[in-house]
Write a protein that binds this ligand. Structure first.
Ligand code: S3P
Length: 439
């Protein structure tokens, strides 16, 4: 078996103007709501990464007619909330936690049985956080003994709305329950401990589904409504742009513009954290696109300093910490992160895996149960393992811009889950990176 390795040469600057691929969270939801809507949904800017393709294939397997993707364009001929049909076999969600957790909510409300499965990483991730509240709504779902996938979802159950305070700040759990709520009798009300990404809420409204927000943290919808097909313009993914925000910030001489980036306020924690560290990030042409704020981002090199990251920013930057840890490694002084134990149950244990990688590159990084302490310093070259985690791989690729020697990053195939074309885009911007199939 071969694995994909990145070889990143040291030094370089990031310059020019680029557009990173479409937002992963919004692309998943566009397919899901489009499939459950009545009428046609046209999506532009769709992320053609493996995660979103897993969602797309699952709905095709349940009889939904979906054309594309072709250059980011997808046409979904909605089947209506009651229009899905039983798939022939298990639905494979690959590496995608978002697909599995959101689909569990939708499938709990169907008349037929389904099985959701995934790759080694996904079948290790915690699923009780969705199956327990779904069971309270009346769903019947079996997990493994440890509470992970495969999920066996029994159809034909009557769901009833619940009032659920989320035990963790997770948009996936919130979205799962709201989607199940579409099929439930009565009201489904979800309260989060801290604000998390609200793309599901925004998009439900865009499909004409009424929901009510109560304060900053509670959202409520009543089952039994209808979704109407619509047009969705998916902005570029801030989580993908984050690698370049960090890369350009740490590489002297950099000056980079990224176009049409989604700047939903529940996602912008990384910009806030980088600015507190001294980064030079300008927000240009701020505008609205399909119910989501977007803008162009200009980032120029700036000396960074270590900070204590405010815990309130953690859910707003949850996917960007691997990249932020590289920024911290290049900053003057110490960066301290707390309140981020969720990072341990992402595609990899992102606290441990990043600490190991930074240590291998000569940086003092000390994991703690809920965070990390990173002492800024000089990055050496070396070899790091991504553990099949796309965001770890891309973060260490950017680290090469400031390293004293080449960085070899192992196990990078999953970069395709969220950022197809990363190597070519990064190369064109000024990062001397190549990919190799290794035995
Ligand atoms: C996502 C929510 C987050 C995030 C993931 C995408 C979503 O997960 O890490 O990449 O699209 O709802 P959690 O809800 O587990 O924090």
């Amino acid at each position: 078996m071969t694995t994909l390795t990145f070889l990143a040469a040291p030094g370089g600057t990031l310059r020019g103007c680029l557009r990173v691929p479409g937002d992963k969270s919004i692309s998943h939801r566009a397919i899901m709501l489009g499939a459950l809507a009545e009428g046609v949904t046209t999506i532009t800017g769709f992320l053609e990464g493996e995660d979103c393709l897993a969602t797309l294939r699952a709905f095709r397997a349940m009889g939904v007619c979906i054309e594309g993707p072709a250059q980011g364009r997808v046409t979904v001929r909605g089947a209506g909330l009651q229009g899905l049909s039983a798939p022939d076999g298990p639905l494979d969600m690959g590496n995608s936690g978002t697909s599995m957790r959101l689909m569990a909510g939708i499938l709990a409300g169907q008349a037929f049985d389904t099985v959701l499965t995934g790759d080694i990483s996904l079948t290790r991730r915690p699923m009780r956080r969705v199956t327990e509240p779904l069971a309270r709504m009346g769903a019947r779902i079996e997990t493994t003994e440890t509470g992970s996938a495969p999920l066996r979802i029994h159809g034909g159950q009557r769901l009833t709305g619940i009032d659920y305070p989320l035990p963790v700040a997770s948009a996936q759990i919130k979205s799962c329950l709201l989607l199940a709520g579409l099929y439930a009798e009565g009201d489904t009300r979800v309260t989060e401990p801290a604000p998390t990404r609200d793309h599901t809420e925004r998009m439900l409204e865009g499909f004409g589904y009424p929901l009510r927000r109560e304060g900053e943290r509670t959202v409520m919808l009543a089952g039994g409504g209808r979704l109407a097909g619509t047009e969705i313009d998916v902005p570029a993914d801030l989580s993908s742009a984050a690698f370049f925000l960090v890369g350009a910030s740490i590489a002297p001489g950099s000056d980079l513009v990224m176009e049409h980036v989604g700047l939903n306020p529940t996602r912008t924690g990384a910009i806030e954290i980088l600015r507190r560290m001294g980064a030079d990030i300008e927000i240009l042409n701020a505008r609205l696109a399909g119910g989501e704020p977007v803008a162009d981002l200009r980032v120029r090199h700036a000396p960074l300093r270590g900070i204590r990251i405010p815990e309130a920013l953690v859910p707003l930057a949850i996917d960007e910490f691997p990249a932020l840890f590289v920024a911290a490694a290049c900053a003057e002084g110490v960066t301290v992160l707390t309140g981020a134990e969720e990072l341990r149950v992402k595609e990899s244990d992102r606290i441990q895996v990043m600490a190991d990688g930074l240590n291998a590159l000569g940086i003092a990084a000390e994991p703690t149960p809920d965070g990390i302490v990173i002492q800024g310093g000089a990055l050496s070259g070396g070899t790091v393992k991504s553990h099949g985690d796309h965001r770890i791989a891309m973060s260490f690729a950017m680290a090469a811009l400031r390293a004293a020697g080449p960085i070899t990053i192992q196990d990078c195939a999953n970069v395709n889950t969220s950022f197809p074309g990363f190597v070519a885009l990064a190369w064109n911007a000024g990062l001397a990176i190549q990919e190799r199939e290794m035995a």
